[in-house]
Design a protein around this ligand. Structure first.
Ligand code: ZN
Length: 659
């Protein structure tokens, strides 16, 4: 591990003690082998005048939940050192009192809640204190000879702290160990099964002690591994159908839809192929902090997917009953990740953000388990009872609750919207995304990539008149997200107006191919996954033309009429599977690229109307916008329409020909 220290950057941050603290905290945060997603914490002790002008020493410590990689000065909370030291003298201190008293000691009451390790930082006398969960240190400690590994490598140059619960218990233990040691003789402090602390009066020295100790651990492990390799079995493929079945049963246990994402990284796939995968992957996490994200163990999926998840749930329930005191309520028993032996690793989360956090943690766990088994023969995590205490610790639960955004109607759902690079399709995608869905936009227009980026969705360039391409895109989507719940089939083209006897045959055929057959093919290949989806819904985008056609538009109107009939037949076929299919008929949506100001004024003139009159040519005299259609489609895809199928909804401000 290299020091990322850079004189030029260091100067840019400024000379204040806190600015220096921000710089080296970010250096720690920049290395995922040290800390991941809010893990680790740092502090600096600074003398400052309080509100009354009295000079006091404050501990500026990372606010709870902040990420070291992006931390700012405002993310540090200043706690009165005397108060924290007084807390460290108490015999006993509940978590709730520890948090409220730390908060009560803050210089600015509006600061973030200080890290739960604030008292640990306070009892270490050095000005700067750095704490990480370095992978290689955990490799050394998380094995049967963990304590011996630390002595072999570091000798007396580090203080070793046996595992105790983070927070007040850890502060007491650290204080005891420090009193026994000569601080100026040690480089740092190793916390068994938890991580590492370094400290110094100089910020650079404290940071570089961390890098030095972690680098020594890395070299030690590398030497032990030499050329050893673990036995692996042959890789087998994973079918998208298995993945969608797995996602469905996990979502049911979770209590709401989740995405299921197959890890494409070769290292994760190789891990799933290890001969003793079932045994080594289910012994516990890297550092106790991770249980709140990943639970204690992954699910191991055998040949029967439903039975495998049921067994996981059963084991989790037993684990809860064995360790819980009477006043605890069990969290959902669904796994956060699963291993399909010889096939791959799958993550479950309600959105891309949760998946990416779990993926990062698991990839580091996988790497560390593998290197530990190779270097030291086995992997041994903390006991289930100690991990339970963290998983059900009120302070850890609070960290998750503060960021919980669950509650949007489509959270955890996978939605496909075709023709969504612009206009009505984009509005549908945006509305579904705003309502929590993970949206994949399909379009021939290359803009689909950047347009979907705008709404945190994913764009795929595809020709929807090519059946083979449709099938492969659908399979890829299921591999990436685990299934399909919402399909909005919107792609379409306006064909040039022509009377039947004057119409070019290619005009008719093109309209049928894009406006009708492409939808039929999309449904054909999506339906197997929609049947495994969660309250699945199909919405087709039709046209007012179906009920109120105009002369000269046979190619467009007939295709949309065919689409309406496709909707009705799909509703009949899919109702027994709980999949709904409805169609929306919008009219006169002018805020799309198709309608330039020139085209609008030409059309308005033809009817002898102003542009405003032309845009609101309906019974309610109201303008229909693409966002209106998007919002309606999102509602039709959700629970409000949960008992409606085969219906046709007009969105046209009222049209006497339709009514
Ligand atoms: Zn920690």
């Amino acid at each position: 591990m290299k020091s990322l220290w850079n004189d030029k950057d260091a100067k840019k941050y400024g000379k204040s003690l806190l600015a220096k603290r921000v710089y080296t905290s970010r250096l720690l945060g920049a290395n995922p082998n040290l800390v991941l997603h809010g893990g680790g914490n740092t502090s600096v002790k600074i003398k400052k005048k309080d509100f009354y002008g009295i000079s006091k020493e404050y501990l500026y410590v990372k606010g709870s939940g902040c990420d070291l990689a992006t931390i700012n000065e405002a993310d540090f909370s200043a706690c009165d050192m005397q108060d924290l030291l007084s807390l460290s003298l108490m015999e006993d201190l509940s978590d709730t009192n520890m948090v409220s008293q730390s908060r009560a000691s803050m210089l600015d009451p509006n600061s973030l809640t200080p890290s739960i390790e604030a008292i640990v930082h306070a009892v270490i006398p050095s000005k700067y204190v750095d704490h990480t969960h370095a992978d290689s240190i955990l490799s050394l400690t998380n094995c049967p000879n963990g304590r011996k590994n630390i002595s072999d490598l570091f000798g007396d140059s580090v203080i070793v702290v046996p595992y105790v619960m983070p927070g007040f218990d850890l502060a007491k233990e650290v204080k005891k160990q420090i009193q026994k040691s000569k601080l100026n003789k040690v480089e740092g402090m190793i916390l068994m099964n938890h991580g590492i602390f370094t400290f110094d009066d100089d910020h650079r020295s404290s940071y570089e002690k961390m890098i030095r100790l972690v680098s020594r651990a890395e070299r030690f492990i590398k030497k032990k591994i030499a050329k050893k390799k673990l036995p692996v079995s042959k890789l087998q493929g994973i079918s998208p159908n298995d993945l969608s079945q797995l996602r469905k049963v996990v979502s049911e246990w979770r209590g709401h839809p989740v995405l299921a994402s197959l890890d494409n990284d070769i290292k994760s796939t190789e891990f799933a192929c290890l001969k003793n995968i079932k045994s080594i992957s289910t012994r516990g996490p890297l550092t106790p902090d991770h249980v709140i994200r990943t639970k204690r163990t992954p699910a191991i999926i055998g040949s029967n997917i439903v039975d495998s998840i049921d067994k996981y749930v059963d084991d989790y329930t037993k684990y809860f009953n064995r360790h819980a005191s009477s006043n605890l309520t069990m969290l959902d028993p669904a796994p956060r990740w699963a291993i399909l032996p010889n096939k791959g690793v799958v993550y479950f989360g309600k959105n891309d953000k949760e998946i990416s956090i779990i993926r990062d943690i698991v990839r580091h766990t996988i790497k560390t388990i593998k290197q530990t088994v190779l270097a030291f023969g086995s992997w041994k995590a903390l006991s289930a009872s100690k991990l339970f205490d963290i998983e059900y610790w009120e302070l850890e639960q609070a960290k998750l609750k503060s960021k919980d955004t669950h509650g949007l109607p489509h959270e955890g759902k996978v939605a496909i919207v075709t023709g969504s690079a612009a206009g009505i399709g984009f509005a549908c995608a945006e509305s579904l995304s705003n309502d929590g869905a993970t949206v994949i936009g399909l379009d021939l227009n290359p803009d689909i990539i950047s347009q979907m980026n705008k709404i945190k969705g994913n764009g795929v360039i595809v020709n929807l008149t090519n059946e083979a391409k449709i099938k492969s895109v659908i399979d890829d989507i299921v591999r990436s997200y685990g299934g399909i719940d919402i399909l909005v089939s919107n792609a379409g083209i306006f064909t040039a107006g022509a009377y039947i006897d004057k119409m070019d045959q290619s005009n008719w055929e093109k309209s049928m191919a894009v406006n009708l057959t492409s939808h039929q093919m999309l449904l054909k290949h999506s339906i197997p996954f929609l049947k495994e989806g969660l309250n699945s819904s199909i919405v087709l985008v039709g046209s007012r033309n179906v009920m109120a056609p105009g002369a000269g538009a046979s190619s467009y109107s007939c295709a949309k009429a065919g689409l309406t009939q496709l909707c009705r037949v799909a509703a009949l076929e899919l109702a027994p599977h709980g999949v709904r299919c409805n169609i929306i008929h919008p009219d006169a949506v002018f805020d799309t690229k198709l309608w330039t100001p020139e085209a609008l004024s030409r059309s308005a003139e033809r009817y002898g109307l102003t542009i405003d009159e032309y845009k609101t040519r309906n019974l309610m005299k109201t303008e229909i916008k693409s966002a209106d259609v998007g919002n309606m489609v999102s509602v039709m895809s959700g629970n409000v329409f949960g008992k409606t199928t085969g219906s046709q909804i007009s969105l046209d401000g009222g049209n006497d020909r339709v009514i």
